[in-house]
Structures are given as C-alpha cells and as structure tokens.
Design a protein around this ligand. Structure first.
Ligand SMILES: CC/C=C\CC(=O)SCCNC(=O)CCNC(=O)[C@H](O)C(C)(C)COP(=O)(O)OP(=O)(O)OC[C@H]1O[C@@H](n2cnc3c(N)ncnc32)[C@H](O)[C@@H]1OP(=O)(O)O
Length: 725
C-alpha cells in the first residue's frame, strides 16, 4: 500500500509493500489516491514519494507477469499522472529504485538519492523492456548512449554515477526523505514544464545513425540468443525517431511481444528459482528456516592448484582473512605468485587499488606450509586434487588440529563426503563445497551435506556462498552430486553419437545453437580429458584392471565407449596438450579446429567394431543429449538429492552454461511437455536398450501419467518413502 501523510506544505506518499515495495495493484491504487488527495488539497504545495524501510521500490511484482491482471498499463498511466501533476513531485530514493520503481521516479519532477542507493532498469534480464515509458523518458534525461547502456544491460548503477549522468538531482549522505522534503519546499512555484521528461527532446548526437548501428551490433553480440536486448534497443531507437506519444506506442507493442515470449517466462522463472534455491531443506528435516549459521571471521585454504588459487581470491575479495597452505615451499611459492597475480587483476577489474583489498597484509592473507597455522580459523576449505586417500589423510589431521566448531569443507566434484568425514572425529562439521573453475569467477557453489553434517554446518556454508557473492545450492551426497551426475549421461550420449556417425563439431554446433556457451566436446577439451580418464581408471572401467576378455564396448552389460580412453592413450588431453576432440594452434591454445586425424580415427574405429555410420540429424543429437540429462534430473529429485527442480536449474544456469533464457533443464522439460520427453526417451531406449541413461525414470513416468502438472507442483507427487536419504 502507499501511506499518505503531511509535512506542512508537502504531501508525503510512502510506498509500502515489504520486503522490497513492489508495485502491486494495491500499491498503484493507493499511490493514485494519494496523488489525487494532494491535488485536491489547496494547502498542499508539493508532493514527495518515498519507500518504506529504506527502499524506494524493486518495481513490478515479477510473480505477477504471468497473471492475466498484471498492472502494466496502469503503471504507465500512473507515471504519466505523476508527471502531469500541477504540484512539483520529488522522489526520495533510498536503497533501490529498480524497473517500474525507477520509472515512477522518472515520472517525478525531481529525484534525490541516498549515496548508497542503486538504480537500474533490469527488465531486460527478465526478458522484458521497461514498459512504463522508461525507454522513452530515460534517453531524454541522460542521453541515448547512457540510456541504451542501462536499458540493454539492466545493470544497477550507484547513486554517485546516477548523479554524474544527470539521472538524479542530488545525492545525500544523511536523511534522504528530509532532503527531498527540503527540495520540494524550495521548488514550490517554479515552472514544471522543463522538468516533465515527456516534453523534452532527446539530446542530439553528432551522428546518431552511426552510433545506433554500432550499438545494435554490440547489443546483438552480447545477447547470445536472447530477444529482449534487441527489442530494448528498438524501443530506445524509437525515442530518437518519433515524438514521445508514438514512441510510447512502439514501446508498448514491443513490450507485448516480449511479454508473450517463452524467453520472458523462462527468465522470470530463473530469477525466482534462484531465490527458491536459497530455501534449502534436507530429507532429515533440517531447513533454512530453523538453522543458524556460525560466523566466518577467518578461513584457510589447503592446496594452491587452479581451484585453491581461485578460492583464496574469492575469500580475499569477500574481506575474509585467509591462511593459504601448501605441502612444501616450492608449491607454496608457485601458488603465492599465481594468487597475487589473480588478486592484482581482480583489484584492477574492481577499479580498487591493492590497498583496498589489502592482500599484501599478512593479517589478511598469509602463506604457510605449517598445518599448525590452521588452529584458530573458523573454516577450512581443502582443495587438493581428487584423491580419496589424500583427502582422508588431510581431514584426519584437520580433525586433530582445528579448533572445536571449525567448519571443515572439501572441494570435490564427485567424491563421497561421508567417506571423507569418516576420517575425522567430527563428521557433523564436514561438508562438501564444490566450486567451479575459475573459482573466483563462476557463480555456482554446490554445497553437499553428508549423513552426519549438522544443519549449522549447512547454514554456515550457505552464508559463506552469499559472502563470496555466489549462488549456493544445497544438495545431497551421491556420485557426481547434482551437476556432474546429470552431465555424465549427456556427455555419454555425445560420445555414442560419434560412434554412430556424427562428428564433435556437429554435436557441439547443435548444442551451441541451442544456447550452451560451449558444446560437450569443446567443454571436455577445456576441462582436460585426463580428468575423466583417471576417474574411469579408478572405477576399473579402463586400464590394466579391466579383466581380460571384457568386450571393448561393454562394461557390466551396459554400452561403453572406449573412444575418450583412446584419445588419452594417444596423449590427447584437450587444450592443454593442443589436441583432444579438436586440434588447437598450440598446447594451451584456445581456438578449436576440426581435426582430420580424429575423423580418420572415428572411421577406423567404426570399421574395427563393425558400426555402419549413419547420418544423425540435429533433432536426434539435441534430444538424446538433453533428454538423458533431464532424465537423470528426475532420478535425482526422486532420490531426495535435491529439494526441487529449481535447484537443478540454478545449478545448470550458473555452473554449466545452460542458456538462462531457456530456464534450466527441468524448466525446459516442462515447456517441451513431460509426455513428449517420455515418448522420446522410450523411442531412444528401445533403439539402445543397453544404455540405462535413456530408460525413463520412474518419477518422469509418474508425472507424465498424472497429466503433466506444472513444474511448481512436481514435488507434491513424490511420496516421502521414495526418498533414498
Ligand atoms: C510495464 C513494466 C513495468 C515494470 C517492469 C518491472 O518493474 S520488472 C521488475 C524489475 N525489478 C527487478 O528486476 C528487481 C528484482 N529484484 C532484485 O534485483 C533483488 O531482489 C533486489 C531488489 C536487489 C533485492 O536483493 P536482495 O539480495 O536484497 O534480496 P532478494 O533478491 O532475496 O529479494 C528479497 C525478496 O524480494 C523478492 N523480490 C525482489 N524483487 C522482486 C520483484 N520485483 N517482484 C517480486 N518479488 C521480488 C525476492 O523474490 C525475495 O523474496 P523471497 O520470498 O525471499 O524469495
């Protein structure tokens, strides 16, 4: 709602809709009522609009866009109503003014912001455009280049930048509401015409056409298959070509195109899924609502390889003092140099000096080979390479050395958390933290609880993720956890497709056209083929421990492809060796080129194994890779490894390059329709009966049988007994 009060001659309208003052119907109605009341009262000479609880407004309610009663038109009408007021209206912006919230402020005649406030038009990130006339007013206020940048990227800008751009009139460090009332009193009686943005011309550029055509190329490139940035561009261009009223009509048309697009639904789902994934629960009854995190005032990282370096960098950036430990001085010095380089680069990117991050201060970042230095830290992250014996040895040591209550985290992508915890006397404090490479860049943190992990330990790891500005997703303990477990059948299908007649570049192209940043073969080359090879050797799937007489393309009665092993046996480990599924310009090179050597290996391989190559179309490539991944997702949900499909989707968007505008694999399955996914899996599993990943999971079958319910209802069809944990 909006609350109306008086500060002698100034009417104060306060937007109130916790937690972020979204612009519901009720809020808009109350705002309109407040404006009318102020207009009708002769003793009121000016109006001030602010938000409750130190926040102006986060804009329209994202949950309301799918409702047939969405308040889109009324918001635009209200912004016009504010602008046409005969009494000056001042916005007092505290905290945030985003989306429709900023559009309301643009309707006001003056804007005062608190120095810590942030402003933005993030609609593009939700697959929309600022449809309450924001694409027409903002360019008139701050010029086309700055407006286009804000509208097509959706970035939030700080108040100081807003002041430089002319988006706000004043920035204050003290009470914003009082400052806005002061300004309102000061401007009483001044002409309002020049303050009405709809009446202003769009500032001219020396060559607007040239600017716009270059900007369009840039926007298209950044969009990566997303429709909204292009339509945002078109709406701003309309502002440069048409009078205000025509521009508004064009904005409305473009908004309606976006609103009805599947991309907008997917992006809005992705926003809400990220919030839903913060609300973790475990099958044992632990939950975000009852668990309290411990403070993390200091941390240690063990192992300064690629992962450890990124993790140290993340902790320093989050202002958490770190002790970085290596096994000997040689490794320590190499690690130290690499970490310092990363931190220097990060300081430059953040446009802060090394002093601000303070990483030369040993009280903030200390390098050591002495385990005793870990005695007092609140949290340890072990990041040595994936070797169970080594990890257990380290955890045994930590259990003896670390103070009681210290959280003991292992950075692993697949190893059993319970087995690692068994090496300690405090398994309740052991938890998996699966960082993604590069750890200081990637947003995802998979948080894996074991059988004995305490709710406090889970809550502390979730809190740590927040402090590191990462998205922490809590999952159960199984081989590969959620992300990698779903990835196995996907990569397996990709390799089987090569056996049957396809090529790496053809498979990658289909998945990149779908929207993945890189396809499965380029991804394997980047990650290093030797990682999986070592893991398969450890599992006895390849190498000398495979019993004599085992068929080359079968393991335990299931189809197996030795192709990746053959590449590794030829020393082709991917980018690092300059050869893998592709060839590269040099070892460590990044430009993948199709490799005739590999094509002839595939031809020979098919001859040797009597495989008749066939043409495989794009549909089959896409469906076999994606539906097997999705199928595993249903098995994961049924086992209680993750508490909802949103968790899986957040993992895939933030850790595996899944295109956000397709909402994540489980959301995508819901848009394809579960009966269709099921029918396709049936078809492919009949053709490949020895591939368990293609056999539809029981949960998928159940959901299809009960009539393809909406994604938010899926978990209600899962009986408690089916949970494995
Ligand atoms: C004609 C069209 C006109 C207008 C179009 C629009 O206005 S579209 C909406 C544009 N606004 C946004 O995109 C803002 C989205 N919100 C955020 O970026 C962040 O939530 C915010 C406001 C910066 C706060 O971040 P913080 O990390 O502090 O909290 P959190 O994200 O967890 O949010 C707290 C709860 O608020 C809910 N929420 C936030 N914004 C909205 C919104 N616009 N609509 C609905 N709900 C919103 C969020 O889901 C959290 O709720 P919870 O129940 O805890 O999940």
């Amino acid at each position: 709602m909006a609350q109306y009060a008086r500060s002698p001659a100034v009417a104060v309208i306060r937007l109130r809709n916790p937690p972020v003052n979204t612009l519901s119907f009720a809020v808009l109605q109350a705002l309109e009522d407040g404006l009318e009341k102020a207009d009708a009262d002769p003793s009121v000479k000016a109006v001030m609009i602010c938000g409750e609880n130190g926040k102006f407004s986060a804009g329209a309610d994202i949950r309301g866009f799918s409702s047939p009663n969405r308040p889109v038109k009324s918001l635009a009408a209200l912004v016009s109503l504010i602008e046409s007021s005969k009494k000056p209206v001042v916005a007092a912006i505290e905290g945030i003014a985003l989306g429709g919230g900023l559009e309301v402020a643009l309707g006001c005649h003056y804007r005062v912001a608190h120095v810590k406030a942030r402003m933005g038009l993030p609609e593009v990130t939700l697959g929309l455009l600022p449809g309450a006339e924001g694409t027409q007013r903002l360019p008139r206020l701050i010029g086309v280049p700055a407006a286009l940048d804000m509208i097509t990227t959706g970035k939030h800008i700080p108040a100081t930048e807003a002041l430089k751009l002319g988006l706000v009139d004043e920035v204050v460090e003290e009470n914003t509401v009082e400052a806005a009332i002061r300004l309102a009193n000061k401007v009483i009686g001044q002409p309002l015409g020049p303050r009405r943005l709809s009446l202003k011309p769009v500032p001219k550029l020396p060559d607007m056409e040239a600017f716009l055509s270059q900007a369009r190329v840039r926007v298209k490139k950044q969009a990566q298959g997303c429709l909204a940035p292009e339509l945002c561009f078109q709406a701003v261009r309309a502002a440069t070509q048409m009078p205000f009223a025509d521009g508004v009509r064009r904005e409305r048309e473009l908004f309606m195109v976006l609103l009805s697009s599947g991309q907008a639904r997917a992006l809005q789902y992705a926003f809400l899924a990220e919030r839903a994934a913060q609300k973790w629960t475990t099958p044992g009854g632990a939950s975000w609502s009852s668990a309290t995190p411990q403070p993390v005032r200091s941390a240690a990282v063990i192992g300064l390889g690629t992962m450890g370096r990124g993790i140290v960098t993340s902790l320093v950036k989050a202002n958490i003092p770190v002790v970085a430990l290596e096994q000997d001085l040689e490794y320590l010095n190499t690690g130290r140099k690499a970490v310092m380089l990363l931190l220097e680069r990060e300081a430059m990117k953040m446009e802060v000096g090394a002093q601000t991050l303070d990483f030369h201060n040993p009280a903030r970042l200390q390098f050591t080979v002495d385990f005793d230095s870990l005695r007092d830290v609140d949290l340890v992250i072990e990041a040595v390479f994936e070797n169970m014996a080594l990890k257990k040895e380290i955890f045994h040591k930590l259990s003896r050395i670390c103070k009681p209550g210290a959280l003991l985290c292992t950075n692993t992508s697949a190893l059993n958390i319970d087995e690692i915890a068994s090496a300690t006397s405090r398994p309740q404090q052991v938890i998996g933290t699966h960082f993604f490479s590069p750890a200081h860049v990637m947003r995802l943190l998979e948080i894996i609880y074991g059988r004995h992990t305490s709710p406090t330990a889970i809550a502390t790891a979730v809190q740590l993720a927040k402090a590191l500005k990462k998205v922490g997703v809590v999952v159960g303990n199984c081989f590969g956890f959620v992300g990698n477990r779903m990835m196995f059948p996907y990569v397996q299908q990709a390799v089987f497709l090569l056996e049957e007649g396809s090529r790496p570049e053809a498979v990658d192209r289909v998945l990149e056209d779908f929207g993945f940043k890189i396809g499965p073969f380029r991804m394997s080359d980047l990650a290093g083929l030797d990682v999986g090879w070592r893991s398969r050797q450890g599992q006895g799937l390849t190498g000398p421990s495979v019993p004599a007489g085992t068929p080359a393309r079968q393991r335990q009665g299931q189809r197996y492809s030795p192709l990746p092993d053959l590449l590794c046996e030829s020393g082709r480990f991917g980018q690092k060796t300059g050869k893998g599924w592709y060839q590269y310009e040099k070892a460590g090179g990044r430009t993948a080129t199709p490799d005739p050597w590999l094509h002839s290996l595939l031809a020979q391989y098919r001859d040797t194994h009597g495989i008749e190559p066939r043409f495989i179309d794009q549909e089959e490539i896409l469906e076999r890779c994606l539906f097997s991944l999705i199928n595993e997702g249903f098995a994961i949900l049924a086992e209680g490894i993750a508490s909802g499909p949103e968790h899986l989707d957040v993992i895939y968007i933030n850790g595996y390059g899944w295109p956000k505008h397709k909402g994540g694999p489980m959301f995508y399955a819901s848009t394809v329709g579960l009966p269709r996914v099921l029918a396709k899996l049936h078809k492919y599993s009949e053709a490949h009966p020895d591939v368990p990943g293609l056999q539809p999971s029981a949960f998928l079958k159940k959901l299809a049988a009960v009539g393809n319910p909406p994604i938010k209802e899926w978990m209600s069809y899962l009986s408690q007994q089916s949970s494995r944990l």
